[in-house]
Design a protein around this ligand. Structure first.
Ligand code: FAD
Length: 346
């Protein structure tokens, strides 16, 4: 069900004890904190004392900046002000905002609108944004009204020599970057590590992770996709990230029940309703955590067959878990298979 404060991630970072590392090896340092309604975690090796002292504050500062720009939960964020402003004139945007919107729109088009960052009115109607949960299933009319306010075609990003501009062509357009914000923030933490001279790290923000190098014991970073159950820490498949980003979208941890039905937080912009099919999670590995985070939601909306076809067409590294009867069946795209280090006995 929806976790009241922090959403649980479907990815599990495999630590030394699970990998059987030498106990004499100096362990990596782990820093963690809260951001964007979820948790961040940074695992690093080889820090100087000075770096270890400064790093948590630098991380939190970076995440607070992203939150202040991209949040729809904060009324005074840049994005909330854009959403509240009915003006149809182009609004200047930072390189940061332009980068996340550009990536999200590219994936949105590639998924034919299944991933749509203008889906906010529907997300809010179904109670997954900052609004309270609905007490009854939204009516057909409410869904039609919300659908009239969405669509990537209503949003234009211009990146020019004179700056970046974002324009909407209907006053009520509401951009919701929840599905990509965690990946974007994880990439920023990776960039921060590089700026600080840290060469071995694994960073995560909510369900989006990215790594570089190795952990202290000389192993590459390994991450497990968890089995899609409410029980924690059961690995379905283990991957070696090889310096890539990874993100999972699933509907088995973030849902609630309304009028006797299970309501997923992934909304199909086409029907205006939460998804209701047998694909329970989609994991994507990509060059950046942002890219991985954008694709996973789109694949979830599309369902197993279309998601497989899209993964093959775009050579994406994708792992899908589908419910068949009482069983969960995994499917790895050929590109994903190149990252798998263990899927035995699962
Ligand atoms: P993902 O699968 O990555 O994305 C699903 C989410 O994307 C849905 O919850 C919905 O918001 C949206 N979505 C649904 N369908 C679609 C679709 N078809 N296309 C595109 N998007 C869709 N949560 C809080 O509770 N409190 C906060 O203060 C808070 N602040 C945040 C600030 C920022 C900057 C961001 C980016 C997110 C914030 N969140 C907050 C949201 C939260 O932490 C997660 O980002 C959110 O729940 C989605 O992450 P996920 O990995 O669970 O789901």
């Amino acid at each position: 069900m929806v976790h009241p404060t922090f959403r649980l991630t479907s990815l599990l970072i495999l630590c030394c004890s699970l990998l059987g590392c030498d106990s004499a090896t100096k362990p990596d340092q782990v820093f963690q904190g809260k951001t964007m309604g979820t948790v961040w975690r940074v695992t690093v090796g080889g820090l100087t004392q000075e770096q270890a002292k400064q790093l948590p504050e630098l991380i939190q500062h970076q995440l607070d900046q992203d939150d202040q720009e991209l949040s729809t939960w904060k009324k005074d964020s840049w994005l909330s002000r854009f959403n509240q402003n009915p003006s149809l004139s182009p609004q200047p945007v930072s390189d940061n905002v332009a980068a996340i919107i550009s990536s999200a729109m590219n994936v949105g088009r590639a998924t034919e609108g299944a991933m749509d960052i203008t889906v906010g009115p529907l997300v809010n109607l179904w109670g997954f944004g900052p609004n309270a949960l609905p007490t009854h299933t939204p009516t057909d009319q409410q869904i039609v009204t919300a659908r009239e306010k969405i669509g990537l075609a209503h949003l234009t990003l211009s990146e020019t020599a004179n700056g970046n501009f974002l324009r909407k062509d209907i006053p009520d357009l509401y951009v919701d970057l929840s599905t990509v914000g965690e990946g974007f923030a994880a990439d920023h933490l990776a960039r921060l590590m590089e700026q600080q001279g840290v060469r071995n790290y694994l960073v995560s923000v909510g369900g989006a992770l990215i790594s570089r190098g190795q952990h202290q014991a000389g192993h590459s970073w390994r991450v497990a996709v968890q089995k899609p159950t409410d029980k924690l820490n059961q690995a379905q498949v283990v991957v070696d990230l090889q310096g890539h980003g990874i993100s999972t979208s699933g509907d088995y941890r973030n849902y609630y029940e309304l009028d006797g039905k299970r309501i997923s937080h992934i909304i199909d912009p086409n029907s205006g309703r939460p998804i209701n099919h047998h694909l329970v999670s989609a994991t994507v590995i990509a060059t950046t955590a942002l890219e991985a985070d954008a694709w996973d939601t789109g694949l979830m909306v599309l369902g197993t067959d279309k998601a497989k076809a899209l993964a093959l067409r775009h050579h994406l590294a994708v792992y899908l878990i589908t419910k068949q009867g009482d069983n969960f069946v995994g499917w790895a795209s050929p590109t994903f298979k190149t990252f798998i280090v263990d899927d035995s006995d699962r």
